[in-house]
Design a protein around this ligand. Structure first.
Ligand SMILES: [Zn+2]
Length: 359
C-alpha cells in the first residue's frame, strides 16, 4: 500500500470520527417523550393510507441500508428526516427516523411545541444481528415506559426501538380525556377518530395503515424475515398498580407485579420463559393466561401489532409486558432490572452466578 493510500485512510478515519455525532439514547428518549402531544391536546394527525405506506417504504429502505435521496426527499415532504448518531453508552451506531418539531422546548413539555403529525420516533441499530423489535405504543400515558424501552433496546442488543408520537388520547376532546378514551375502548369503538393516536388499538384488525407505527411495525417484520431473521416483538407498557387490583399476585408482599402476556389467553413458550426468568430474579409476575389466569385486564388481547403477527403466523414471537407502578418505584427491582431480565430471557442469556433457571 502506498504512503498516499495509508495517509488518505488515516485522514478519512479522522474526518469521519470528527463528523460522528454522539448522543445518549437514555437522554434522547425521555426528551422526545417530554415533547409529544398530551391528552386532549388535539396534537396528533392521523396519516392517510398513502402517508403510512410512504413512511413504511422509507423504513424498509432504512433496514436494507439503501435509503437514497429520492426517499429522503419523500420523507422531508412529511417533515421527517433520518439521522445517524453514535450512542455513547452502547458505543453503537443508530439510525433515527424522526419528525422535525416546531416551537421551542425547554426541559419539559411546553405549549409551544407542535408537530405536523406526531407519528413517532423510529430507531434502528444497523449493525445489530438481532431480530428483536422493542415497542412503546403509549408514551406519557404509560409512565416512563420509554425507559423500559431504551434499557431493553440497549441491553438486549435489539434491532429496532419504536416509540409512538403522541399520548394515546391526544385527540380525545370530550370530558376527561383518559376516562373518555378508556370508555371508547371499553365500548369496542376501535375506529372512533378520538382514539386515533392509540396506535395499539385504533383501526380495524386488517387495516395496516391506520397508523405509521403499525405500518412500520409491519415493514420491520417483513424486512427482518426477508433478511433471514426471526422477528420478535416486545412491547413495554406501564400501569398504576392502584387502578388494576386484579393484576396483582398473592405471592408478592404488596401484590405488585409485572404482567407478562403473549397477547392472548394462551401462553407461548416465549411468554412462559420470560415469566419464569422474572420469577427466578425475584420479580413478582402475573402470568396472563398461565398460572395466574385471565382476570387481569392488562393482557393486551386487543393489540393490533399482535393481531398482525397472528395473521402472518408469527404470534408466538410477540410479548406484551406491563410494569406496575409499585414495581417501577421499588428500589430493589426498578425499571432497569425488569427490562434487562426480560431481554435476557428473550435472548436466552445465562447469568453466571445468578439464580438458577428452570429453562
Ligand atoms: Zn400501554
Amino acid at each position: 500500500m502506498s504512503r498516499f493510500v495509508i495517509g488518505a485512510a488515516i485522514l478519512l478515519a479522522v474526518v469521519s470520527r470528527f463528523l460522528t455525532i454522539y448522543i445518549r439514547l437514555r437522554e434522547l428518549l425521555p426528551s422526545f417523550v417530554s415533547g409529544v402531544p398530551r391528552k386532549g391536546s388535539g396534537g396528533y394527525t392521523a396519516p392517510t393510507a398513502d402517508e403510512s405506506a410512504l413512511m413504511a417504504g422509507a423504513f424498509s429502505y432504512m433496514l436494507e441500508g439503501t435509503l437514497d435521496s429520492t426517499q429522503r426527499a419523500a420523507l422531508a415532504s412529511k417533515n421527517y428526516y433520518l439521522r445517524t448518531y453514535h450512542d455513547r453508552d452502547s458505543d453503537q451506531e443508530t439510525n433515527i427516523l424522526m419528525e422535525r418539531q416546531h416551537g421551542r422546548k425547554s426541559d419539559g413539555w411546553v405549549k409551544g411545541i407542535r408537530w405536523d403529525h406526531a407519528w413517532g420516533l423510529y430507531i434502528l441499530s444497523p449493525n445489530s444481528p438481532s431480530g428483536i423489535i422493542v415497542e412503546i405504543p403509549h408514551p406519557v400515558y404509560d409512565t416512563e415506559a420509554e425507559l423500559l424501552g431504551v434499557e431493553g433496546f440497549l441491553h438486549g442488543h435489539a434491532k429496532c426501538l419504536f416509540v409512538a408520537g403522541a399520548h394515546r388520547y391526544a385527540n380525545v376532546t370530550v370530558g376527561d380525556a383518559d376516562e373518555t378514551g378508556i370508555q371508547i375502548e371499553r365500548d369496542g369503538k376501535w375506529s372512533d377518530p378520538q382514539i386515533a393516536a392509540d396506535v395499539a388499538h385504533f383501526g380495524f384488525e386488517t387495516e395496516d395503515t391506520a397508523s405509521v407505527f403499525q405500518a412500520i411495525h409491519i415493514a420491520a417484520i417483513l424486512g427482518l424475515r426477508a433478511a433471514g431473521r426471526v422477528p420478535t416483538v416486545v412491547q413495554f407498557h406501564s400501569f398504576d398498580s392502584a387502578n388494576h387490583s386484579l393484576c396483582s399476585v398473592a405471592s408478592a408482599p404488596s401484590g405488585k407485579a409485572v404482567v407478562v402476556s403473549s397477547g392472548s389467553a394462551m401462553p407461548t413458550p416465549l411468554s412462559t420463559r420470560v415469566a419464569e426468568r422474572l420469577r427466578a430474579g425475584s420479580i413478582p409476575v402475573y402470568e396472563f393466561g398461565g398460572i395466574d389466569g385471565t382476570a387481569c385486564d392488562l393482557g393486551g388481547t386487543h393489540n393490533l401489532q399482535h393481531s398482525y403477527m397472528r395473521r402472518i403466523g408469527a404470534a408466538d414471537q410477540f410479548l406484551h409486558i406491563e410494569v406496575g407502578s409499585d414495581v417501577r418505584i421499588d428500589p430493589l427491582i426498578g425499571m432497569q432490572r425488569v427490562a434487562r431480565t426480560v431481554m435476557d430471557a428473550i435472548n436466552r442469556v445465562t447469568v453466571i452466578g445468578g439464580p438458577p433457571l428452570s429453562i
